[in-house]
Design a protein around this ligand. Structure first.
Ligand code: GMT
Length: 371
């Protein structure tokens, strides 16, 4: 099949999943065309069947806000017509699904493609439910040929908020467990002998509650020798550094910035810590599980479908840094428990979120739409 993909190319979960899906489909012989404004974050090398097309912006003094969506729409139409695209897969409803719909309308009848929209979370919970975007988001979903969501929680939320005529189908996110696995690593880059490594990975947006990571870490480090490794960057980084200084733990924290090869550093961690306000899925916890690392997260949204409380890690109430610290200390001071939770995490990742099975689910959906 010839498949077009639009996604946010930055270091966010939706772009990462879209990229992994594109790579997996290309390895099955499909021809993939990404349309983005930058190279997708995890597309770090060239692949035989993958082509990237970049949206071109025109800056003009009259445009206070450059018309990105229109440029994206034009590029999708151009690529679809030239390449004979059969399926357009839009990751994140806004603006990608709407742009694909508008692009399709610009094409002659024989060049029409089918549109699959995958909802990732904030496109529904934060952006889509905003009054200024609600109508557009609903229109884009109602007029897609198929809508999928990355967890049952997100499917239910979408229905509650938008009451679609045909509810989304859940297709869980997946993990390449060959790439994400436990492996010998140089822990000494981050911590001295006898110190535990706690890791947080995100785009440091307010929804990630990054300062909770530091507040809980202060309570942990009072009881267990540990280092905190923070991977990623974003708007909350400065306030996180401020809180760390206030609490006197700045020298125990390493800020690594953005890192595309997360599979190489994740196995260093003794615990991955994601205290988000909510997560529609939680790709980082899944990646941690693949690497046999226990997860400490919040019982918020779809993350409860990923992390099994008491088995592959622990889930706490949002903001309850006392409970988070207590669970972290429990795991970090019991190597057998840490190992067993890690083992069960990988087992769950392979059983519930296998890449092959989920990619086949998308493939089956595409084939059904193409009749
Ligand atoms: O979490 C983010 O800030 C990035 C965001 C995105 O859209 O790129 O991630 C969302 O999609 C991921 C992939 O499906 C999910 O694993 C994340 O849980 C989801 N984020 C939220 O719901 C906050």
């Amino acid at each position: 099949m010839k498949i077009g993909i639009t996604c946010h190319p930055s270091a966010g979960g939706s772009g990462i999943l879209a990229t992994e899906l594109g790579i997996a489909l290309s390895e099955r012989g499909h021809e993939i065309h990404f349309v983005t404004f930058d190279p997708p974050f995890r597309l770090t090398r060239t692949y035989k069947n993958i082509h990237c097309h970049y949206v071109e912006f025109v800056s003009y003094p009259l445009f206070t806000y450059p018309p990105f969506s229109q440029a994206l729409t034009t590029k999708i139409a151009e690529v679809a017509e030239e390449q004979g695209i059969e399926i357009w897969h839009a990751h994140y409803a806004i603006p990608h699904a709407f742009a694909a719909l508008a692009a399709r309308q610009m094409l002659p009848p024989g060049k029409q493609f089918k549109i699959v929209t995958t909802l990732h979370g904030t496109d529904i919970t934060l952006v889509g439910s905003d009054p200024s975007f609600w109508r557009l988001t609903r229109y884009a979903m109602q007029n897609s040929d198929a809508v999928t969501a990355v967890s049952n929680w997100l499917t239910d939320e979408t229905q509650r908020e938008f009451d679609l005529e045909v509810p989304p189908t859940t297709i869980y996110n997946f993990l390449n467990t060959d790439r994400f696995s436990s492996r010998p690593v140089r822990r000494c880059d981050f911590a001295a002998d006898g110190e535990k490594i706690i890791m947080h990975i995100s785009n440091f947006r307010p929804v990630k509650r990054v300062t909770d990571v530091v507040r809980a870490f202060k309570k942990i480090v009072d009881r267990v020798p540990a280092k905190l490794v923070m991977v990623g960057d974003g708007p909350e980084r400065m306030s996180t550094v401020g809180v760390a200084k206030q609490l006197g733990v700045r020298d125990r924290i390493e800020f690594l910035g953005k890192h595309p090869d997360i599979h190489e550093i994740l196995p260093c961690a003794d615990l991955v810590f994601q205290p988000s306000e909510h997560e529609s899925f939680g790709l980082v916890p899944l990646e941690a599980m693949g690497c046999e690392v226990p997860v400490l997260a919040t019982a918020s949204g779809g993350i409860c479908e990923v992390v099994e409380h008491g088995v592959t890690g622990y889930l706490c109430e949002v903001g309850d840094t006392d409970a988070m610290a207590a669970y972290a200390v429990e795991i970090l001071s019991d190597p057998d428990k840490q190992r067993e939770m890690g083992r069960r995490g990988r087992e769950r990742a392979m059983r519930v979120f296998p890449q092959d099975e989920k990619v086949s689910e998308y493939e089956t959906l595409y084939r059904r739409l193409l009749g």
